[in-house]
Design a binder for this molecule. Structure first.
Ligand SMILES: Cc1cc2nc3c(=O)[nH]c(=O)nc-3n(C[C@H](O)[C@H](O)[C@H](O)COP(=O)(O)OP(=O)(O)OC[C@H]3O[C@@H](n4cnc5c(N)ncnc54)[C@H](O)[C@@H]3O)c2cc1C
Length: 481
């Protein structure tokens, strides 16, 4: 306690931002959108780069953890910890020049969308949370969304990142060639065959995506604030496509929908999204009573005879072909509300930990049969929806209330996902729910390289400790209920 009081006093005397520790504010920052809760000791809202550097240096000296926080919409406790929470909301500047965009880490996605739309541009990664997440948080989890099938995740849409490492040193990547060379050295030792064979992955450190010095900023994408505090980023933006068409396809079996995905991908859609019966029930449309699930298939560039081609491929029924922007947006709202629809239909308190796995698309039918097997074995039910085109299915498990079985379920589910060449998390990150599985995901050789990388950027292990590199199980600790 004395250490915290001393740290608070020192911080208040040095930094120009706020340093807070009222009970109410600590409670506010003790939760995010997950099932977890950890009460922090201090909240710091830095005003500028110098504040961030000073916080990190003081935290290192006093051995107190520092965890960056954007909008706190993480789903697996990524932004929760027991030391200092650093809220980057004042880093909200934006500069746009000649299709070149630089934003502060605290800039909110919704504001970015509004500004870009006025000049006919957009930033592709689009988490279903819509406007509410921050750029720093999106980089932190390597967020993605429905359009990531065509445009990639955050990692594919960033040009430069400026951050402060665990020594309090400001680094710009890929500009800093000396640090870049060190990162490249780590990549040379990787066992690449142990990395998942998927189109999106938010587990561990994405060293696999770094092919040259120009890619070295990618190490920060998905690093969950464990390697550095992001101050700003330069992002790739694109022109808003003019030829969108959305097909709604209904199926009588999940297996048929899962099998269709791989063939639909040959027609180069921008998005292929899956929704099960629970989600469907919330859509204001009368589907055939035998329908059990839907695929949304969207194209955003002209494709010849696309409806005809889709008809020959699909085992389902095309029930809607939408071309008007307002109608397309109305239907996407149903998909984007899937998490809300699933939560409101679940009465029991349930821990969502196997909610984000991703497999090669060809193995989607196997993923659905794995989910069914888990349900039978553990007497659970599940609601499923997600980015099927990427093999990324969100699972909301309705459990029998026995929290202990969650760990067994996660062990079995993740084992099998890894065997299928998949990742334990396609977009929400490792957080408290999955960090203990990172070694299993990548094998000991790669995991040890991850540890070396962590030591390189954060030798005092003060940056969001316990996430990605983890020494104890946290999957069922820190539960809110
Ligand atoms: C209803 C709902 C729907 C969602 N849909 C999607 C979806 O479709 N796709 C998807 O990918 N995610 C989705 N998410 C998850 C979440 O919204 C995203 O992960 C989002 O990008 C997190 O942003 P945030 O600003 O809230 O970050 P936070 O929750 O504040 O932080 C996320 C992580 O990033 C780190 N971080 C934050 N800021 C910084 C910084 N400046 N420097 C370093 N590290 C930092 C944190 O420490 C933490 O580890 C959804 C969440 C909800 C509640």
């Amino acid at each position: 306690m004395r250490k915290i009081l001393e740290t608070k006093k020192l911080l208040q005397s040095i930094i120009s931002g706020d340093v807070l520790s009222d009970k109410e504010i600590l409670n506010y920052y003790s939760v995010d959108a997950s099932s977890y809760q950890i009460i922090p000791k201090l909240i710091v809202i830095p005003k500028n780069k110098k504040d961030v550097i000073n916080v990190v240096k003081i935290a290192k000296k006093y051995k107190i953890s520092v965890t960056a926080r954007g909008a706190g919409t993480s789903l697996v406790g990524n932004s929760l910890n027991n030391g200092i929470i650093l809220d980057l909301k004042k880093f909200d500047f934006i500069k746009i020049k000649n299709n070149h965009l630089k934003v502060g880490a605290g800039f909110i996605k919704g504001k970015l969308d509004e500004i870009l739309q006025k000049s006919g541009m957009f930033f592709p990664p689009n988490p279903s949370i819509g406007p509410y997440c921050s750029i720093g948080g999106m980089i932190g989890t390597n967020a993605s969304g429905s359009r990531s099938l065509k445009y990639g995740s955050m990692i594919d849409n960033i040009e430069k990142i400026t951050f402060v490492d665990g020594n309090g040193k400001k680094i710009m990547l890929p500009k800093n060639k000396k640090i870049g060379a060190k990162i490249l050295k780590f990549t040379k030792k990787l066992e690449h065959e142990k990395f998942p064979k998927v189109t999106k992955n938010s587990s561990g450190y994405r060293l696999d995506s770094i092919k040259s010095i120009q890619d070295t900023h990618k190490v920060i994408a998905g690093s969950e604030g464990t390697l550095g505090i992001i101050l700003s980023a330069e992002l790739k933006i694109k022109s808003i496509p003019k030829n969108r068409v959305l097909f709604v396809i209904s199926y009588n079996s999940e297996n048929d929908a899962a099998h269709d995905c791989a063939s639909i991908l040959t027609t180069l859609p921008a998005a292929v999204e899956f929704m099960d019966k629970t989600i469907m029930k919330n859509i204001s449309h009368k589907f055939h009573r035998d329908s059990t699930c839907l695929l949304f298939v969207e194209y955003d560039s002209k494709q010849r005879n696309i409806q005809k081609r889709l008809k020959t491929i699909t085992r389902g029924n095309i029930v809607k072909t939408l071309k008007k922007d307002s109608e397309i947006q109305r239907w996407w709202k149903f998909r984007d509300s899937s998490l809300y629809y699933s939560s409101k239909s679940i009465k029991d308190k349930t821990l969502h930990v196997i909610e984000d796995a991703t497999v090669p698309v060809a193995y989607l039918p196997e993923l659905f049969s794995l989910i069914n097997k888990i349900n039978q074995k553990y007497h659970t039910k599940s609601i499923t929806y997600g980015h099927a085109g990427n093999g990324n299915i969100h699972v909301r498990l309705i459990s029998n209330g026995k929290i202990q079985s969650i760990k067994k379920i996660a062990d079995e589910y993740f084992d099998n996902v890894i065997k299928l060449g998949g990742t334990i998390t396609g977009e929400h990150g490792d957080g408290l729910a999955r960090s203990e599985y990172v070694r299993k995901q990548y094998g000991s050789v790669n995991y040890d390289i991850f540890k070396e990388l962590k030591n390189q950027f954060d030798p005092g292990h003060i940056l969001n400790p316990g996430k990605i590199i983890s020494h104890k199980s946290s999957i069922i600790s820190h539960l809110k209920f």
